[in-house]
Ligand binder design. Sequence first.
Ligand code: ACO
Length: 453
Amino acid sequence: MPDNLVITQNRTGKQYSIPREMVMPDHLMIIDSRTGKEYPVPITNGTIKATDLREIKVSAEDVGIMSYDPAFMNTASCQSKITFIDGDKGILRYRGYPIEQLAEKSTYLETAYLIIHGELPTKEQLQQWTHNITMHTMLHENMKKFMEGFHPNAHPMGMLISTVGALSTFYPESRQIFDEESRKLQTFRLIGKMPTIAAYAYRHRLGLPYVYPDNELSYTGNFLNMLYKMTELKYKPDPVLAKALDILFILHADHEQNCSANAMRSIGSSHADPFVATAGAAAALYGPLHGGANEQVLLMLKEIGSKAKVPDFIKRVKSGEAGRLMGFGHRIYKNYDPRAKVIKETADKVFEVTGRNPLLDIALELERIALEDDYFVKRKLYPNVDFYSGIIYQAMGFPTDAFTVLFAIPRTAGWIAQWQEMLLDPEQKIARPRQLYLGHDTRNYVPSAKRTS
Ligand code: ACO
């Protein structure tokens, strides 16, 4: 064999020779069969830069090759140091810490600090952080009036999204997004006020007076206070329920580049303020394929009605007649969702206080049958975080349509971390995907009288 050639093999194992200069470590060698030209594309951290493909063209006027990736199935849109997921192994870590350890040992506010700052706080830092958030739980009285304007049957997510967006008008300095102090202040406000808005939305529905925050209680204890306090002078949250809610909040605090985090980054990339960006992220969360799924799980379990009807329901899901099995499947987890495991354990503790939710039996039966069924096994569909969370929330007294709000409160920490990371990343610009235009070529306008259908 000539010296300038080396033997290599393709994916099927077939061997062939290529010029020695084509062998470059950490490069992907692309040969454009249209022109015969070769393009070495650098590989960094297992990725190639989509913009490098623009060099591949058939003529000087050609704009070059684009990658086509609807729904970002194989596109990394950013570099991130916040959350790591290995969907095949069922791993979820915030800043390197396994979710199971955080759920067992941390608190939501400590985890929120970790997610946003990158490190666990010292004792003093945690005290200061907790104090700062607690000092920003109250809403401007005009916001209360704003919320009073909603229809009594308004969906709590609609109320939350609008009210968070409206906070932007109360804090115009939040537009100083490159001012670190301003970002810190808006972070305290967002994490502090989310539970207050959520609780007001809940009480609005019931026609109950809004309850002001109690700064002596924990983050979730105060949330329960604002939800459930009646005529008593001081509300005493059940410690088991406050702890369970805190664990659920930890589990929901971030989940890397999901639909709502991507919305937060995308809106934030135009340098909009964090309140409207959070409103946009919450709107993305509202959809039934994302955070709205836990509400759909409960509706589905109620529709099934009894354990005996589960096999028939599964049959109808498989035939496409009953839609998807809500709370099952995940774009990333192709193994058990590690959050679902922790939630299942938390459920038992909650039911000791609230009594067993009868829907649990239907859910357990659904899980049992689905995990043995070829349709679900082949497609690697396992229970996700939403499968059991709704059952716990219902047992704790939350109405079904408030479930997504319970997701939005803790996810605020993740959204802020993702937004801040995007803003400080010198590689990021305004998010602007390309498209593959397949519509009409130019054509002339036809007056309506001359149009035929
Ligand atoms: N029930 C029945 N079939 C399902 C389900 C389900 N829950 N999920 C996926 N499938 C099937 C699809 O029909 C498809 O089958 P096919 O290959 O025969 O066409 C296959 O599994 C792959 O489905 P995709 O839609 O390609 O998977 P994708 O990764 O795009 O979707 C999603 C993930 C949206 C979560 C999906 O599994 C789903 O709709 N689940 C129900 C809704 C839900 O629980 N969402 C919460 C997700 S967790 C969260 O956002 C916090």
